[in-house]
Structure formats: C-alpha cells, structure tokens
Design a protein around this ligand. Structure first.
Ligand SMILES: Nc1nc2c(ncn2[C@@H]2O[C@H](COP(=O)(O)OP(=O)(O)OP(=O)(O)O)[C@@H](O)[C@H]2O)c(=O)[nH]1
Ligand SMILES: [Mg+2]
Length: 182
C-alpha cells in the first residue's frame, strides 16, 4: 500500500448490505466470496459472504481498499484477520431488524476490541422520519463512551455509501494529524 492508500472495512450482520455497498462504490470489479445461504433463519436471501468482499476506489494519488466481512458470528474468526491494518470501520445495520440493538453491540464491541479505530455507523431501511432508532443507537454508543457519526443510508445508492466512506476518511485524517502533532 502507498501512503495515500487506506484500507477500510465494512462490517455488520447478515443482510445489512456490506456486499451491496462495496459493489455500489467500487471503481474496479469486486472480489466476492458469496455462497448459497444456509442460514435462512438468520436472513432470508439467496447468497451470503463466506470469507470477504473486496473493492477499490480510485482517489487522486492513491485509493481506498474496501474490505467486507462475513456477517455470521460463526465466521467471526475472519473479523480480526480482515481488521488487520484497517484504518477504520463502517458498521452497517438493518434499521428494521428486531435484533438491531444486539447487532450494534456485537459489531461495535468486536471492532473496538481490535483497537479504538475510527468508526462510522450506517443504518439502512429507515423511514425518513425515524429518528427514534438513531437516538436509540446513539444512547447505546454513549453508554460505551463513543460517538461515531451515524447516517441513515440506502446501501444500494452509491452516493449514500460514498458519504459513509468520506465521513470515515475525515476521521482517519484528523487522527493522523493528531498523531503527527503528538
Ligand atoms: N428493499 C430494500 N432492500 C435493501 C435495502 N438495503 C439493502 N437492501 C438489500 O438487502 C440485501 C443485502 O444483501 P448483502 O449485500 O448480500 O448483505 P451482506 O451484509 O453482504 O450480507 P452477508 O454477506 O450475508 O453478511 C441486498 O439484496 C440489497 O439489495 C433497502 O433499503 N431496501
Ligand atoms: Mg456479504
């Protein structure tokens, strides 16, 4: 990786839209490891990521490497492997899911344990006036003394995913400037 290349990670539960988000945004053909979904009880969709997703965004003088994790906890061993050298993490959630609060806790805690890296939360499938869910997420995070930016997004929309990445890159840059001054 050059100095102007960042690796960032998309994580979150099954069906939150990690694979969709990376393919919406990538400037190169994505690498996907989706296989037939045998966890229909967890999420009713045809395919699921068994190992990782990979995409790449070109930026002047460098690029952003986009990695996606599997969502199932049984593939959790992949999370720290993929988090290695990541500059930050985007946690995607399904705002309609009944286990939203548990998903938030599981994924935020898992990646915070890797070292307090810059984080952004993207919540999908929210009605535009659904501020209660965002407030609840904010409260759960404040209990952990963290306050990452939280956005309502449609992962199928490139601009929404780009907003998440830009918010994360801003945090990464601020962190790097802080480290240079220290
Ligand atoms: N109708 C609707 N579909 C959505 C919305 N957001 C995401 N989706 C769909 O939800 C699905 C998400 O699937 P994936 O991208 O495979 O999710 P994932 O997070 O990679 O899931 P795993 O790899 O199984 O962990 C896709 O079919 C998206 O098109 C939304 O706001 N509305
Ligand atoms: Mg996937």
């Amino acid at each position: 990786m050059t100095n102007d290349e960042f690796k960032i990670l998309f994580t979150g539960p099954m069906g939150a839209g990690k694979t969709t988000a990376i393919s919406a945004l990538s400037d190169q053909e994505c690498i996907s490891t989706d296989v037939l979904n045998t966890d229909i009880d967890q999420c009713d969709k045809a395919m699921t990521t068994a190992a990782l997703d990979y995409g790449f965004i070109d930026i002047p003088g460098g690029g952003v490497r986009l990695y996606g994790t599997p969502g199932q906890e049984r593939f959790r061993f992949m999370w720290p492997i993929l988090a290695n050298n990541a500059a930050g993490v985007i946690v995607l959630l399904n705002g309609e899911h009944p286990d939203l609060d548990t998903h938030l806790s599981v994924f935020v805690d898992a990646f915070w344990e890797q070292g307090a890296m810059p984080m952004v939360i993207g919540v999908g499938r929210l009605a535009s006036e659904d501020f209660d869910v965002i407030e609840r997420i904010t409260d759960i995070l404040l209990e952990r003394h963290i306050s990452p930016p939280i956005f309502s997004v449609d992962v199928r929309e490139k601009d929404d995913v780009l907003l998440l990445v830009e918010a994360l890159l801003c945090q990464i840059e601020v962190n790097e400037m802080g480290m240079m001054q220290a």
